[in-house]
Design a protein around this ligand. Structure first.
Ligand code: NAP
Length: 314
């Protein structure tokens, strides 16, 4: 086991794991850039001021290759870990490895939070809650009743789409550059639409624009769930200027939080549109996970400040 202050543990460390107190962990591959440990440990330090049992809780990170995830989950359970977070590429792999599943996670097909039970892991997905709460907090908008223009058809988009439908959005239009991935997502969503209009476009610019439900009279909320914007050279996932010429968006939520301002957010701000990066989603999915494990109130400000400090320190 490494002795550095914020070590990256591996599968081998689980054979000799003897950390005192209650252990929580995030598993990813890679995991080096995760800000979850400082975020959760800052919340736990604050919670310990109110309830001393949290003083012995510690959240650590493990680099686990995808092929090692099943054995890692078994060992983490055997070693008494209370809770696990899963990040890329484990969310879908773990879905089939849990003993019980939160009903809200089932249509997403992915889990990001595991709670220890005597018989195995209970799986949850807190990403959709994080997204909806962040959009309310940062943009003052509800997914319920909104016309949604969702960019992307990967794992994050799937979670967002399910959340939008479960919360009763007015319409959902999904834009993705690869038609086959878009069609696969549309097929998964079909049983969940419950009468809500769901559209798919592989090229918004070449189309007639946002379908009629989100017309100029009814503004659409734009959610970027693509990874376009992670690099400064990435293309815009949608041209907001062209979109605004037809129907001014109600707001723009970019799930990316590092860098804090993507080209899409810069364009939104230049157009005077309400806009936010994905930091609030990260914080709120983490809050819900820690609530599941601790069954206690979790301090939002401590988590947010810790994430901002961890990112600034990079
Ligand atoms: P993913 O499964 O790999 O999906 C990537 C998506 O981005 C696909 O739809 C892909 O389209 C699209 N894409 C990639 N490069 C593009 C480009 N240059 N132009 C247009 N579209 C492009 O990834 P994911 O797990 O869904 O994550 C997506 C983003 O969400 C990441 O940036 C991630 O950091 C962010 N995220 C944030 C949070 C949070 O808490 N804030 C949580 C989860 C995810 P194709 O189908 O055409 O390849």
């Amino acid at each position: 086991m490494s002795a550095t202050p914020d070590p990256i543990y591996t599968l081998a460390d689980l054979d000799t794991w003897n950390a005192p107190g209650t252990s929580l962990a995030v598993l990813g591959h890679p995991i080096k850039h995760s800000v979850s440990p400082p975020m959760h440990n800052a919340a736990l330090a604050r919670m310990a001021l109110v309830d001393p049992r949290f003083a012995t809780w510690r959240y650590v990170r493990f680099d686990i290759a995808p092929e090692d995830l099943p054995v890692a989950l078994e060992k983490l359970h055997a070693r008494g870990f209370l809770g696990i977070n899963l990040t890329v590429p484990h969310k879908i792999i773990a879905f089939d490895r849990v003993a019980a599943l939160d009903p809200a996670a089932r249509p997403i097909g992915a889990v990001n939070t595991l709670l220890r039970t005597p018989g195995g892991w209970h799986g949850f997905n807190t990403d959709g809650y994080g997204l909806a709460t962040a959009i309310r907090e940062d943009l003052g908008r509800e997914l319920s009743g909104a016309h949604i223009l969702l960019l992307g058809a990967g794992g994050a988009a799937r979670g967002a789409a399910v959340e939008c439908l479960q919360r009763g959005c007015a319409s959902l239009t999904i834009v993705n550059r690869t038609r086959a991935n878009l069609d696969a997502l549309l097929a998964q969503l079909a049983p969940l639409s419950n009468g809500i209009p769901v559209h798919g476009l592989s090229d918004l610019a070449a189309s007639a624009g946002v379908p009629s439900e989100a017309s100029a009279k009814e503004e659409a909320l734009v959610i970027n769930a693509t990874s376009a914007g992670l690099k400064p050279t990435d293309p815009l996932p949608v041209d907001l200027a062209a979109l605004a010429a037809r129907a001014r968006p109600a707001g723009v939520y970019d799930m990316i939080y590092n860098p804090p301002e993507t080209p899409l957010l810069a364009q939104a701000r230049a157009l005077g549109l309400p806009a936010s990066n994905g930091l609030g989603m990260l914080v709120h999915q983490g809050i819900r996970a820690l609530e599941i494990w601790s069954r206690a109130a979790v301090p939002v400000d401590a988590m947010r400040t810790a994430v901002q400090a961890a990112m600034a320190a990079r």
